[in-house]
Design a protein around this ligand. Structure first.
Ligand code: BG6
Length: 486
């Protein structure tokens, strides 16, 4: 475990949803487990005219309900609140940042500025920090969405980059902080077993799914402007794809890892209009049932425009044009209001070269590695085995590693890990500007096609696995999604 460091954590947007759901609960969790010590200070900054005591009351009411059961301990919570100070500030007025500078003079240690605000405030906040001379030596944390397309994300990066160097900028993609995603690196680069097989000669296809059961969940206003491509594909799915497909980095230092992920993003085959029309499925949920309970369709969610064409589902085929992966289709999929909450990677290996033991042994995917990222993180390796008894009848069996059963320790929350990494100055799990922009560059033809094709998203009933076209996409390649197997 790291020794707790003195730090000053300035939380902009301290009364917003992200702060109360993610940032403050994760800081408390780290404090509760001793990873953050008493020598730090948290300065909550927002527009509301509160003082520290008023903010503590607010936190008690709004943050406490988001803490996992069992970790709230009265004495620890009181000590945690004692670290939190509050400053009311109009973030758009750079003249006001002098007050912030005065307040910060009282505190020691690494300065972290966490921007839990809308992206329209990123540039004004950076200017304000610069105006008050607060940018030197500090770290700045940016939350997605970082723009809505390549152009707007470049504008944000330019504005932030004019004040902070790239080594000071921590762009969060919380999937990179998940224990299970870290484990993917361990599986690939800590074992000699899989790596020789991790290539086109042995792998037939790969699926990456992030499925959610929840719908727009009171975030209709935000989601309707965003959609699944921007919310999940451009960031989380492409980051997972990069980790699955990257070459072994020469070291685990931040730039070595990020260089390799960038090379994957650069090798993604650019989609032309025909390919987008053929290989990308856009869906939107209609009314249906989630866990047996009737739920409304997307268009009836609060905050959603009545004729909205925003997608809540995307499935697509991606090809990576490099020596290792040429010709191997990667099928990516994400959606809201799907049948189950699951994130997993399915690696289908090629069949044996000759059906010596009958047709079953010659089927692709008979050997398959399923890496379940959430919930119930596990690794499952499917093989064929002989059924007991007469004759040679093969049956699929699997070797299972359920992490919860093996490691009894608590899994660290993604945000907790990432916030501690910022305080300790570790950049490896944050997205570099070139990666982020390359991902936008790659999704751009999809955005353009959807904006101009006049084709609405395909409907699917809530509680199903998305539109049938998502199944047809795989069927063209002689395969199917994991849940469609028998
Ligand atoms: C966020 C998206 O980045 O990730 C949400 O904005 C989505 O729409 C969430 O629900 C999913 O994260 P997780 O960790 O619950 O899989």
């Amino acid at each position: 475990m790291n020794t707790p460091l003195p730090y000053t954590f300035v939380l902009f947007g301290a009364t917003g949803d992200l702060s109360l759901r993610k940032v403050l609960p994760s800081l408390y969790r780290a404090f509760h487990t001793g990873k953050l010590g008493d020598e730090g200070r948290i300065l909550a900054v927002a527009r509301s005219p509160l003082d520290a005591a008023g903010y503590h009351d607010w936190a008690e009411k709004h943050v406490r309900p988001h803490l996992d059961e069992g970790i709230w301990v009265a004495g620890t919570w009181e000590r945690f609140l004692a670290l939190i100070d509050y400053l009311p500030l109009d973030l758009s007025r750079k003249e006001d940042y002098g007050v912030l500078a005065e307040r910060l003079e009282q505190y020691k240690g690494t300065r972290v500025f966490y921007l839990a605000t809308g992206p329209s405030l990123f540039a004004p906040i950076c200017e304000g920090l610069h105006h008050a001379n607060l940018n030197e030596g500090a770290r700045i944390v940016l939350e997605k969405p970082l723009g809505t397309d390549l152009k707007s994300s470049m504008a944000i990066n330019d504005a932030v980059g004019a004040i902070f160097t790239e080594a000071q900028i921590y762009r969060i993609d919380h999937y990179l902080g998940k224990e299970s995603v870290q484990n993917l690196l361990a599986l690939r680069f800590g074992n000699a077993l899989f790596e020789p097989l991790w290539r086109r000669e042995w792998i037939e296809s790969i699926q990456i799914t992030i499925a959610e059961e929840l719908g727009a969940e009171g975030r209709g206003d935000f989601y309707d402007q965003t959609g699944a491509l921007r919310d999940m594909v451009q960031n989380h799915l492409l980051q997972l794809l990069s980790i699955v497909a990257m070459e072994p980095p020469f070291s685990m230092t931040s730039d070595a890892v990020r260089d390799e992920k960038l090379r994957v993003l650069r090798s993604l085959r650019k989609l032309d209009e025909d390919q987008v029309g053929r290989d990308v499925v856009r869906g939107q949920y209609a009314a249906g049932a989630s866990k047996g309970v009737a739920v409304p369709g997307y268009l009836d969610e609060p905050g959603v425009h009545a004729n909205s064409e925003t997608e809540t589902f995307v499935a697509l085929k991606v090809e990576i044009d490099n020596w290792r992966w040429a010709g191997v289709p990667f099928f990516l999929r994400t959606g809201k209001r799907l049948a189950e909450r699951v994130a997993e990677i399915v690696v289908n290996f090629r069949p044996v070269p000759y059906p010596l033991l009958g047709p079953q042994s010659a089927r692709g995917g008979a050997n398959r590695l399923v890496i379940r990222l959430q919930p119930n993180e596990s690794i499952r390796l499917y093989c064929l085995a002989k059924q007991p008894g007469e004759g040679m009848h093969l049956q699929t069996v699997h070797l299972d590693l359920a992490f919860d059963q093996f490691f009894h320790a608590d899994r660290m929350d993604a945000y907790e890990r990432l916030l501690l990494d910022v305080i300790h100055g570790r950049l490896a799990l944050f997205v570099r500007r070139d990666e982020q922009e390359q991902a936008w560059r790659w999704v751009e033809p999809i955005q353009k096609y959807w904006a101009t094709s006049g084709k609405p998203p395909k409907r699917y009933a809530a509680g199903t696995w998305g539109p049938p076209a998502a199944s047809a996409l795989l069927a063209q390649h002689g395969t199917c999604w994991l849940e469609e197997e028998n």
